[in-house]
Design a binder for this molecule. Structure first.
Ligand code: MN9
Length: 303
């Protein structure tokens, strides 16, 4: 079975320069580049993918573009979270039809649901698909805060195999690991991937893996070899670039770096604003310092 544990790039969604449509060739190139780099899988249409700025039709189409480009060569996880459960149910069916290996969803936000409501929602969604289900916990963006006990309770619902945990509390991370030893625990913040491994994580899903996949794999291998000095040094290098990405606003910054690396992924959609000159300058400097490898030739430009 294709592994859900491991390192998965949270894919940006490439758009045309006017932001109006999917840029499908660049999308396929990005998919192949991540696979060729050796990442274990791809997380499609999550926060990094700007899913909440896309129509359900576009989201389903993006799953198809990625599946076709991946051609079975890596794990594929579709993020189906939405404020409207009907959209999530529809997208989960699409993911299954397209051969995805798992589905995942943030909790529905905006209405401030009770835990009983969130639990019923996840039970329904996870039961509606035969695919393994991964909770996406990202309180910083959803505003939905779950206690460790509540998160573990959601992870014990039928068909739920694990969690993508984007939170900086590594005591909670360890508590989740201890309470749910058989579940898949994936790290969310790339700047603390090593902390996730140290506390028993099974890998991670990250936006910045797209621009420095080799570094992320190097960190994983150093940790697996018990070489903490190297693992810590690599995390430091990774974070040198992430510091600049965060300072420039994560999603537009990642798209800007991908453009520098030769992939025409376009802008983020409004209300995201284009990068300012100062933001670009900060990124140019960090890229020059931390990304010395030449960018690979996009698959669509190869013979
Ligand atoms: O979950 C991503 N989280 C957010 C994954 O975007 C909020 C991360 O990959 C971050 O983008 C990354 C930079 O902070 O760690």
């Amino acid at each position: 079975m294709t592994q859900i544990a491991g390192l998965h790039a949270a894919l940006p969604t490439p758009f045309t320069a006017d932001g109006a449509s999917l840029a499908e060739t660049a999308f396929a190139d990005l998919v192949r580049r991540n696979i060729d780099a050796g990442l274990d899988g791809l997380y499609v249409g999550g926060s990094t993918g700007e899913s909440f700025l896309m129509s359900p039709q576009e989201r389903a189409r993006s799953y198809a573009v990625v599946a076709e480009a991946a051609a079975g060569d890596c794990a594929l996880i579709a993020h189906v979270g939405d404020v409207n459960p009907a959209v999530s149910l529809h997208l989960a069916k699409e993911a299954a039809r397209l051969g995805y290996h798992a589905v995942s969803a943030v909790p529905p936000f905006y209405f401030g649901y009770t835990f009983a409501e969130l639990k019923a929602h996840y039970a329904t969604l996870a039961a509606a698909t035969d695919l393994p289900f991964i909770i996406y916990n990202i309180p910083k963006l959803t505003g939905v805060t779950l206690s460790t006990a509540q998160l573990v309770e959601l992870m014990s619902l039928p068909n739920v195999v694990g969690v993508k945990n984007t939170a900086s509390d590594y005591y909670a991370f360890e508590q989740i690991r201890r309470a749910a030893p058989d579940k898949i625990l994936l790290n969310g913040f790339d700047e603390t991937l090593l902390a996730g491994y140290a506390m028993g994580g099974d890998g991670g899903i990250g936006s910045t893996y797209n621009v420095q996949p080799g570094q992320v794999l190097k960190l994983r291998d150093a940790h697996a070899d018990g070489d903490m000095d190297t693992a810590r040094a690599v995390q430091g290098e990774i974070n040198g670039l992430i510091d600049a990405i965060v300072a420039a606003r994560v999603f537009p910054a990642i798209k800007y770096i991908l453009e520098l690396q030769g992939l025409p992924v376009g802008p983020c959609r409004a209300p995201f604003l284009p990068l300012s000159a100062a933001e670009k300058k900060g990124l140019d400097e960090a890229v020059a310092t931390y990304l010395s490898e030449p960018a690979p030739t996009p698959a669509s430009a190869r013979g």
